[in-house]
Ligand binder design. Structure first.
Ligand SMILES: Nc1nc2c([nH]c(=O)n2[C@H]2C[C@H](O)[C@@H](COP(=O)(O)OP(=O)(O)OP(=O)(O)O)O2)c(=O)[nH]1
Ligand SMILES: [Mg+2]
Length: 150
């Protein structure tokens, strides 16, 4: 929906206003070798086959951090404490059916070994090689920011 970016603000706003905002919390887990963990979305889900940062929708009553701690337990079977989640940046992207607002945290400490608990494929990738993996459109600006950080 890049076309919105070149529209007058009122017109762009009318288009966006008809779509709900979905809050998704995501994390770049970074290992000792400065590699980032990405997961391939399983078949049957929206955007199946694309690589993403672990995380998921923030449910009513949750903070983004609490949602992320829950998602990391469900998706990767690891335990993370709130203190180890450093806010890094965010994605704001208008998809066809919703507007995605996605805070991205960076985390270097967790308990357990990340394993694919929900049928995903996991991969540890250097930041400068993330572009070799197809990611959702919202994630594209995040890749460059991670490359600068790492
Ligand atoms: N986790 C994650 N989601 C992303 C990324 N980029 C991106 O556009 N998304 C989108 C895809 C989905 O529309 C939405 C996340 O929803 P999801 O379906 O994975 O949520 P969830 O883990 O709570 O899964 P579910 O229980 O609803 O199936 O955010 C990303 O890097 N990580
Ligand atoms: Mg998810």
């Amino acid at each position: 929906m890049d076309i919105l970016k070149s529209m007058p603000i009122t017109e762009a706003n009318q288009m966006a206003a008809t779509k709900p905002t979905i809050l998704v919390a995501a994390v770049a887990l970074v290992d000792d070798e400065n590699r980032v963990l990405i997961a391939q979305r399983p078949q049957g889900k929206s955007m199946a086959g694309l690589w993403e940062f672990p995380g998921g929708k923030v449910e009513p009553g949750e903070t983004p951090e609490i949602a992320l701690i829950r998602e990391l337990r469900e998706e990767l079977a690891i335990d993370v404490t709130e203190a180890c989640l450093a806010p890094f940046t965010f994605a704001s992207h208008l998809y066809e059916k919703f507007h995605l607002l996605m805070p991205l945290y960076v985390c270097r400490r967790w308990h357990g070994i990340p394993c694919p608990a929900e049928g995903q494929t996991l991969k540890w990738v250097r930041a400068n090689r993330l572009t070799e993996y197809e990611m959702p459109p919202a994630d594209i600006p995040l890749i460059a920011m991670l490359r600068d950080l790492l």
